[in-house]
Write a protein that binds this ligand. Structure first.
Ligand SMILES: [Ca+2]
Ligand SMILES: [Ca+2]
Length: 89
């Protein structure tokens, strides 16, 4: 009996075409926004995100845990501040 032609979920191995690799590895848009500092996920990085961060500062995981390290702290504020400054230009 021959092995199945396809098994398991799609993953990218060394022989994966670059175009398919990009598709599989493309980030979730919402997650990307959060990583760029959009804590409240309204597609903008502004004072509201800093206000949101202040409300969660010193706490554990939150929507303002931008770097997803399970703590909401100054490192997350820095990311928001940089993204905000970048958005102004
Ligand atoms: Ca926002
Ligand atoms: Ca964090």
């Amino acid at each position: 009996m021959s092995p199945p032609l396809w098994s398991g979920s799609p993953t990218c191995r060394g022989d994966c075409p670059p175009s398919l690799r990009r598709t599989i590895q493309s980030p979730d848009p919402a997650k990307t926004c959060q990583q760029q500092g959009d804590g409240n996920r309204d597609q903008r990085v502004n004072q509201a995100d800093l206000d949101g961060w202040a409300a969660y500062n010193g706490k554990g995981p939150s929507r303002c845990d931008i770097n997803l390290d399970a703590a909401t702290n100054g490192a997350d504020r820095d990311i928001i501040a940089v993204a905000r400054a970048r958005a102004r230009h």
